[in-house]
Design a protein around this ligand. Structure first.
Ligand code: PMP
Length: 457
């Protein structure tokens, strides 16, 4: 047991003084008191170890306190923490050069921020200035931030307040081929098949067209003419790891550009190799966005975000003076630089592909075993397991049941996340260093938790 305040006192402070809402969103009835972490593991104050299959919502990319990343942080801590952007501090430039080498042309101008919300705020402003248009469209179920501006982009009421949202933000139907109106397994860009078969023959699948019509309809019902931006996560994260039909994003980009808008890929969860097949999520859609936003895994959990765009768009944005005191501070840049180095040195992206595919295949077996698993999907270490009351109705498994399974999983030493508009999807987004053995441990625990639930329901 580690030294700390009593659990009762910690909970009291958390409830009274520390973001009162937090208690509502604590995932567990018996809260977890975390003390420290190393790579894919977390330890609680009583010394119990947990396999972290959620990584603080995909924020810890390399592993908790990854030795190389920690060393880079320690060295920079002793050198310089902060410098004003008016001086040239070499590590910042060195990092930016490294980052753009991972992006396709013409994406080579970087703006560093402190969070994903800040990055999306900036991207929206940039799109408005560049296009001279105002409106933005997002997909339902998406999360793009909690700032007043990005709250308008976010399309999940759990994260919205009953005050007027940022004006000019509209949404369209999310092309969800499991829960949505159209689509099925072969529509999806995924190596693992789902139980749902598309109602139309594979060579004549219309799901894509139908969802695109929904997007077109926004231009008839909500947006008078031209737009500034279309934001989409390459695979929805908080929305429940939702993958779109093949070519949806490509066609949507085409339509948006015809309407004068910029296409913005929110890579906050999908970036930095997590999807395994590619470094960025947008690459598996065969598109090049006009702006890419990133955060979370960019610095292995250290607060940082970034916006990357073309010189042309950056030029339009240069009409005003953009300033961000902490954005791109030397500490964040040194950490983010070590993150890029370790992704390469430790073949992290490949690990995401190998362990992720193993997980997807094994989870698909559990889906066939249990009536309450409706769908297994995702790419690399970005996986969703959608829970239902039964396969025929596909009604979302109620929150009490989800929490029960999650709690049981935790009590057996594994942490998972939840997402989806009904909170019906387990999210598996572990640190990208997990091994096949870790994956098998998780699978055994999850299997047991499902079994326990089925026996008592
Ligand atoms: N975009 C996506 C896809 C996210 O998942 C999040 C955070 N959950 C954000 C943006 C906002 O990032 P932050 O919390 O760092 O502001």
């Amino acid at each position: 047991t580690y030294q700390c305040m009593s659990k009762e006192k910690l909970l009291k402070i958390r409830k009274l003084n520390c973001n009162a809402m937090t208690m509502k969103v604590t995932n567990y009835k018996k809260p977890l008191f975390i003390h420290h972490g190393f790579m894919q593991w977390l330890w609680d104050v009583d010394g119990s170890r947990y396999l972290d299959m959620y990584a603080g919502i995909a924020t810890v990319s390399q592993g908790h306190c990854h030795p190389k990343v920690t060393k880079a942080a320690q060295e920079q801590l002793q050198r310089l923490w902060h410098t004003s952007a008016i001086y040239v501090h070499p590590p910042i430039q060195e990092y930016v050069e490294k980052l753009v080498s991972h992006l396709p042309e013409p994406l080579n101008v970087v703006y560093l921020t402190n969070s994903g919300s800040e990055a999306n705020d900036l991207a929206l402003l940039m799109a408005r200035l560049h296009t001279g248009n105002f409106d933005a469209i997002t997909l339902r179920g998406s999360y793009h931030g909690g700032s007043p501006l990005t709250m308008g982009l976010t399309s999940n009421t759990v994260y919205k307040y009953p005050v007027p949202s940022s004006p000019g933000c509209y949404n369209t139907m999310c092309p969800d081929v499991f829960r949505g109106l159209w689509g099925g397994s072969h529509c999806r860009d995924s190596p693992v098949q789902t139980i749902r078969e598309c109602s139309c023959p594979p060579d004549q699948c219309h799901a894509n067209e139908r969802y695109l019509e929904q997007l077109e309809e926004v231009f008839i019902t909500s947006v008078p003419s031209r737009i500034a931006a279309f934001f989409a996560e390459p695979i929805q994260g908080l929305g429940g790891i939702v993958q779109y039909p093949k070519n949806f994003l490509k066609e949507a980009y085409k339509l948006v550009r015809e309407k004068g808008g910029l296409c913005i890929a929110d890579e906050v969860q999908t970036g930095f190799g997590r999807t395994g097949s590619h470094f960025w999520g947008f690459q598996s859609h065969d598109v090049v966005p006009d702006i890419v936003t990133m955060a979370k895994g960019i610095a292995n959990g250290f607060p940082m975000g970034a916006v990357v765009t073309s010189e042309e768009i950056a030029h339009s944005f240069a009409k005003g003076l953009h300033f961000n005191t902490f954005g791109g501070n030397p500490l964040a840049c040194s950490i983010a630089s070590a993150v890029l180095d370790t992704i390469k040195e430790e073949r992290i992206q490949e690990n995401c592909a190998v362990v992720g595919t193993h997980l997807l295949k094994e989870l698909a077996k559990l889906r066939d075993k249990y009536e309450i698993i409706g769908d297994v999907r995702g790419k690399g270490l970005h996986i969703g397991v959608e829970m239902v009351t039964d396969k025929a109705s596909r009604d979302p498994l109620p929150p009490e049941a989800m929490i029960h399974i999650m709690e049981d999983t935790k009590d057996m030493g594994v942490l998972v996340g939840r997402g989806g508009i009904y909170g019906q999807t387990f999210r598996i987004q572990p640190p990208m260093c997990i091994t096949k053995e870790d994956a098998d441990f998780f699978l055994a625990v999850f299997d047991q938790a499902l079994n326990n639930y089925m026996e008592r329901r």
